[in-house]
Design a protein around this ligand. Structure first.
Ligand SMILES: Cc1cc2nc3c(=O)[nH]c(=O)nc-3n(C[C@H](O)[C@H](O)[C@H](O)COP(=O)(O)O)c2cc1C
Length: 175
């Protein structure tokens, strides 16, 4: 049994939902999971855990700066125990951009941080036009038009491959 910390950054809750799925899968194997948004105060300290997993979604090309701050502050602790990172974005719905090695956001992020996660994952996110404000909706529609995705403003669609999330949970369990 391991004590596993999952810290995540989310804006609309989808990364939290993925974190929840990881938590359930790992708990089912007898692990003790702490699932915490990076905005929690006080923030959890990775030093108190056997393994650490960090996840964040992309918004206009970037993961939340709070996640990079957390990583930079705890880099030594992260490196001292099994660790992993996952990114959530809509580009990852496209074949050829759906793996850590081929997802441009994840690759760019790794160049910006010194931490080298031992395991990586990329998950396609959720499109939820009705939830977005006017400008966000228009901009995402434009991006979807360019990338041949749904542009109907009523679209609510999860592109996440939950089998991949489960497989990542298994990878984490085996670390
Ligand atoms: C305002 C906004 C900007 C976004 N920008 C991007 C982007 O630049 N690239 C991308 O692939 N996905 C982008 N997305 C899609 C999100 O990454 C996706 O919806 C994800 O599921 C959001 O996760 P969260 O609810 O945990 O924040 C954007 C979504 C919103 C609402």
């Amino acid at each position: 049994m391991s004590k596993i910390l999952i810290v995540y950054a989310t804006t609309d809750g989808h990364t939290a939902k993925i974190g929840e799925r990881l938590r359930k899968a790992l708990q089912a194997q007898g692990h003790e999971i702490t699932l915490a948004p990076v905005t929690d105060q006080p923030q959890p300290d990775p030093a108190g855990f056997d393994k650490v997993v960090i996840g964040a979604s992309i918004r206009y090309g970037h993961h939340s700066p709070l996640i990079a701050d957390f990583i930079n502050r705890h880099q030594q602790s992260l490196e001292a125990r099994p660790n992993a990172f996952f990114s959530v974005n809509l580009v990852a719905r496209k074949p050829g951009k759906d793996h850590p090695e081929t997802n441009p956001y994840l690759q760019r992020f790794l160049k910006r941080i010194a931490w080298r996660p031992q395991r990586l994952a990329v998950f396609a996110g959720k499109l939820d036009y009705p939830r977005y404000g006017f400008w966000d909706r228009r901009i995402i529609q434009l991006i979807m038009l360019i990338t041949k995705g749904p542009t109907d403003p009523q679209t609510v669609e999860e592109f996440t491959d939950w089998d991949r999330v489960e497989a990542f949970a298994q990878t984490l369990a085996e670390m």
